[in-house]
Ligand binder design. Structure first.
Ligand code: PMP
Length: 287
């Protein structure tokens, strides 16, 4: 696969792409990003990602660098130039280059980088056996709804998960509630069959996969509550799973040392996973 990146108006070999040391993304983590899945050569949920990207920019008063239609052309070019069929696109927009000063520059121009990467080889064990999550305190700021490139607490959380031999770290707030994972949204299914996930407020990132799964849950007429759930509730749930662009839906079979349900991927989770794959494939047929 060729490795071509879009860097501020130019398509370059990825290892030659560079931004200034005075870029505010580098200096202050003053920027936002998106990760978008590509399946069978088609971009999944482009509109949702573009909407969220624009919202993140607007919340930080970073001027939108271009119209959605221009972004769509750049993304398509990145797919084509990298001959990418299955993988993901990464978009990063920072406030741009300016002498280091906390206040926003008056006439800044956003820096835009897009890369395209192949999907990691699919590990069937993840769906067959499920995964374990550990729990960690949620030490993040109060604007987790912005998809900011400032990700240190998430980076530290994911590293702790790795060191514990777990797939993900669920973040627990001061009230004992599970907000979300370090790179994914968190869900449980109660013994009564209610599917619960944290509401999309400032405490979590409103996942694009989460939105799609919510729609599937509603379509199937399953019981649903968008409300915070506590770690205690999670430990007695029948099923648990996580969602995210790069992992779709992953069954969770252990939280810290406690097995979830019977310790195997739950039937509702597996059904939803199938429904999500179908949902993605339908986007391909439609175009
Ligand atoms: N929460 C966090 C903190 C994340 O980093 C991500 C993935 N970027 C998600 C949730 C899932 O969002 P999406 O479904 O849009 O990938």
């Amino acid at each position: 696969m060729p490795r071509i990146a879009y860097v501020n108006g130019r398509y370059l070999p990825r290892d030659q792409g560079a931004v200034s040391i005075e870029d505010r993304g580098y200096q202050f983590a003053d920027g936002i990003y998106e990760v978008i899945w590509v399946r069978g050569g088609r971009i999944i949920d482009l509109e949702g990602h573009m909407e969220r990207l624009e919202r993140s920019l607007d919340e930080l008063s970073i001027k939108r660098p271009f119209a959605r239609s221009v972004f769509a052309v750049i993304l398509a070019q990145c797919l084509r130039r990298n001959r990418l069929a299955d993988g993901y696109l990464y978009i990063q927009v920072s406030r741009g280059v300016a002498p280091r000063n906390h206040v926003y520059p008056d006439h800044g121009r956003a820096s835009v980088v897009v890369t395209a990467s192949r999907a990691r080889p699919y590990d069937p064990k993840v769906m067959e056996k499920g995964v374990r999550v550990i729990t960690i305190p949620d030490i993040r700021w109060q604007r987790c709804d912005i998809k900011a490139i400032a990700l240190l607490p998430n980076v530290m959380g994911k590293q702790r998960a790795k060191e514990a031999g777990a797939f993900e770290a669920w973040q627990i707030n001061a009230l004992g509630e599970v907000t979300e994972g370090s790179v994914s949204n968190a869900w449980i299914i109660t013994h009564e069959g209610e599917i619960i996930t944290h509401p999309a407020n400032n405490s979590i990132l409103s996942g694009i996969t989460r939105r799609a799964v919510l729609a599937l849950v509603r379509e199937q007429g399953l019981k649903l509550a968008e409300r915070p759930f506590t770690l205690e509730e999670a430990l007695v749930a029948d099923e648990a799973f996580l969602t995210g662009t790069t992992n779709f839906i992953v069954p969770i079979v252990k939280i810290d040392k406690t097995p979830v349900g019977n310790g195997k991927p739950g039937p509702v989770t597996l059904d939803l996973h199938q429904a999500y794959l179908t949902y993605m494939d339908k986007q391909n047929e439609g175009c």
